[in-house]
Write a protein that binds this ligand. Structure first.
Ligand code: CP
Ligand code: NVA
Length: 305
């Protein structure tokens, strides 16, 4: 039996395979694909389960799947028997009889792993509390479109060491760039993830003061201070208030530095209006590239071999 092509996390892949997916994304974006590649998923269906809200992930996967000739079924647990206690395992087995792939945005990583364990079709991680691999594929594509190969460059993550930061850590190791983490100590990414990056000889540096961290950086990245999985009432704002990406901070980075954010943004918190709307900001290109990057991922996962 052929191996099922799940897309669960970046560090499950060899860099060359991620690069191959991105190359296909660029070809699709630039209209350089053959008719067969352009229509690679004709007749196929993708189920999408959203346990959390989404704008970009939902729309970009739906449009991307349709552009590749396929169709989608969008599901919310509250409308499914999953919401009344049907198991993830049974849901995975049943959906696998109808559709050719499943995208899931889950409250916990456990759910995605359980779904993938029991599905007989590819499962794609559309964000969990622990990671957001599709986002960071789009981010790497976007950086490289604007600034060339990310290998050897310096990126700085400023703020909460969250799920998106985790996928940036995976990317830094795989794509060979330096990643500086400028986070308040209690909000640093998981120690186990940092240990993995060290073992893999990743160039990951923890530089707590953002003014020191951004010096010499080619890319400044941040994200919301309160992610969907964070508990209500946690006092994160007081820990993070000196971590806003604003013009004063951007001025300390390389002159050609770009600003990135997966969106949705909380203007006036993690980023100022002047930066997110300014000339260094790539945020809407990143959002667009979710579509193209995921078409590359879908073509690999669901396409003919
Ligand atoms: N960046 C991102 O995943 O956005 P959505 O939550 O809107 O899908
Ligand atoms: N870190 C954010 C990303 C949203 C796309 C969250 O998990 O809410």
């Amino acid at each position: 039996m052929q191996e099922i092509r799940h897309f669960l996390d970046l560090h499950h892949f060899e860099p060359a395979l991620l690069q191959q997916m991105l190359d296909q994304s660029i070809k699709l974006k630039q209209g350089q694909t053959s008719p067969a590649e352009h229509n690679a998923l004709a007749g196929q269906s993708l189920a999408m389960i959203f346990e959390r809200p989404s704008t970009r992930t939902r729309v970009s996967f739906e449009v991307g799947m349709k552009q590749l000739g396929g169709d989608v079924v969008i599901l919310s647990p509250s409308d499914m028997q999953l919401g009344r206690g049907e198991t993830i395992a049974d849901t995975a087995k049943v959906l696998s009889r109808y559709v050719d792939g499943i995208v899931i945005r889950a409250k916990t990583e456990r759910t995605v792993l359980e779904l993938a364990r029991h599905a007989t079709v590819p499962v794609i991680n559309g964000l969990t509390d622990k990671s957001h691999p599709c986002q960071v594929m789009a981010d790497i594509m976007t950086f490289e479109e604007h600034r060339g190969p990310i290998k050897g460059k310096v990126a700085t993550w400023v703020g909460d060491g969250n799920n998106v930061a985790a996928s940036w850590i995976h990317a830094a190791v795989l794509f060979g760039f330096e990643l500086r983490l400028s986070c308040p100590e209690p909000l640093l990414p998981d120690a186990a993830l940092l240990d993995w990056a060290r073992q893999e000889k990743g160039n990951i540096k923890i530089i707590t003061d953002p003014r020191d961290a951004v010096k010499g950086s080619h890319c400044i990245v941040t994200d919301t201070w309160v992610s969907m999985h964070n508990a209500e009432g946690e006092d994160r704002h007081s820990l993070l208030q000196t971590y806003q990406v604003n013009e004063a901070l951007m001025a300390l980075a390389e002159q050609e530095a770009v600003f990135m954010h997966c969106l949705p943004a909380h203007r006036g918190e993690e980023v100022s209006d002047a930066v997110i709307d300014g000339p260094q900001s790539l945020v809407f290109d990143e959002a667009e590239n979710r579509l193209h990057a995921q078409k590359g991922i879908l073509s690999w996962a669901l396409g003919k071999r």
